[in-house]
Design a protein around this ligand. Structure first.
Ligand code: ATP
Ligand code: MG
Length: 366
């Protein structure tokens, strides 16, 4: 156990409180995964916590304390039980004295494993067994737990996908039964869970699970084969989903990625039009190496329209014409030809081309 974390636990224990690491940190630790999100549960009340950790403490979302301990983000929460639920939030929480009671309100057995300041494991809900069997099992009554907080549906899929675990059959049945409750969740929470599924290279499992459980339709998602991309926008570009999930800038990126993917190649034209970021993502979907994209970009004769060696004003004076749309048309043609490597981006070369082709365009002489 890292010194920083032990120090927090020791502080609580030395002051006569019980304190345990719980949740994702212990689960991941036992799976050999490093996590910087540390959850601690304790019988110390918020006022005690305030006295013990007077610096850097702020309220967390769960009526507990949150602070940074070096690279760790620590959440300390007083043992509690939730009394009644409304809109995913307990109407009332009651502080309790028992660890067992606190663990009972949690979602999955693998998230109830605790560790004390000496590194001893406390496993009241058979979490270790389920961790070894790589299975996601609900703590307590499935119907109640899913109805109380439907976010647990998406958390189950997320953990199954990221950890490559199976969801227990009874829990699967429960999820199917209550699947439409995911629609009651806020877009932000849904997006947060989807992001965590899609950002992981085991996303295929998550996507298959969403389909198997009928959650794809409830969430308004539609997809076939989705190729993992290191940037999540590449994943979203392969999934049909409601606009409401994205900001305008994200929508723009998604459409651009889709355009490059449907063209099926990365070339000077796609790089010029959509830039390196979009093309790099699209290249992962098309199956073009990053090196190739980077080298194409590096050798791009023009990165922007204004990089063309000839300006609109030059075109006007070379042809001795009145300013009009045609100037822009000529300019665009030159850009295209330079991008296709048919012309060099050189003033004299471009000028020669304009003069030789002056009859192609329809313009008014000055
Ligand atoms: P990660 O930090 O990787 O997202 P986590 O399991 O630690 O995973 P947190 O959101 O940090 O998830 O929550 C900490 C613990 O609180 C969980 O392990 C679980 O025991 C409990 N918990 C979190 N969300 C819920 C929920 N919606 N319903 C019941 N218990 C929950
Ligand atoms: Mg956590």
């Amino acid at each position: 156990m890292d010194r920083e974390i032990k120090r927090v636990l020791d502080t609580l224990v030395e002051n006569g409180f019980r304190a345990y690491l719980v949740g994702g940190f212990v689960r991941d630790y036992l799976l050999g995964i490093t996590s910087y999100d540390v959850d601690i549960c304790t019988d110390a009340l918020p006022k005690d916590l305030f006295n013990l950790f007077p610096n850097n403490t702020s309220n967390n979302n769960y009526g507990g304390f949150n602070f940074k301990a070096k690279k760790y983000n620590v959440d300390i929460t007083t043992f509690r039980k939730d009394v009644g639920y409304e809109n995913r939030r307990p109407i009332k929480i009651e502080y309790v004295d028992s660890l067992e009671e606190d663990l009972k309100r949690r979602d999955f057995t693998i998230n109830t494993i605790c560790m004390d300041n000496l590194g001893n494991i406390i496993d009241l809900y058979n979490g270790i067994n389920d961790l070894q069997d790589r299975i996601i099992k609900m703590v307590g009554n499935i119907d109640t737990k899913l109805q109380e907080d439907p976010l647990r549906i998406l958390r189950a899929v997320r953990f199954a996908s990221i950890l490559d675990f199976e969801i227990d059959e009874d829990l699967k049945k429960g999820i199917i039964k209550y699947k439409e409750l995911v629609k009651t969740l806020s877009i932000e929470r849904i997006k947060q869970e989807l992001n965590r599924i899609f950002i992981n290279d085991n996303l295929e499992k998550g996507l298959n699970l969403l389909k198997e459980l009928g959650l794809d339709k409830e969430l308004g998602l539609s997809y076939d084969d989705v190729i993992y991309t290191t940037d999540i926008m590449g994943v979203y570009a392969q999934i049909k989903c409601d606009d409401k999930y994205f900001t305008n800038i994200q929508k723009e990126y998604i459409v651009s990625i889709q355009r490059v993917v449907s063209k099926g190649v990365i070339d000077n034209h796609t790089l010029f039009e959509y830039g390196l970021y979009v093309n790099t993502i699209a290249s992962e979907i098309i199956g073009v190496s990053k090196e190739e994209v980077n080298s194409l970009y590096k050798n791009l004769p023009l990165k922007e329209k204004r990089d063309l060696a000839i300006k609109g004003s030059d075109i006007i004076s070379i042809l001795n014409i009145k300013p009009s749309k045609v100037v822009n048309e000529i300019h665009n043609t030159l850009v295209e030809l330079v991008l296709s490597n048919e012309l060099t981006n050189d003033y004299e070369v471009l000028k020669k081309y304009i003069i030789e082709n002056k009859d192609v365009w329809n313009y008014e002489q000055r």
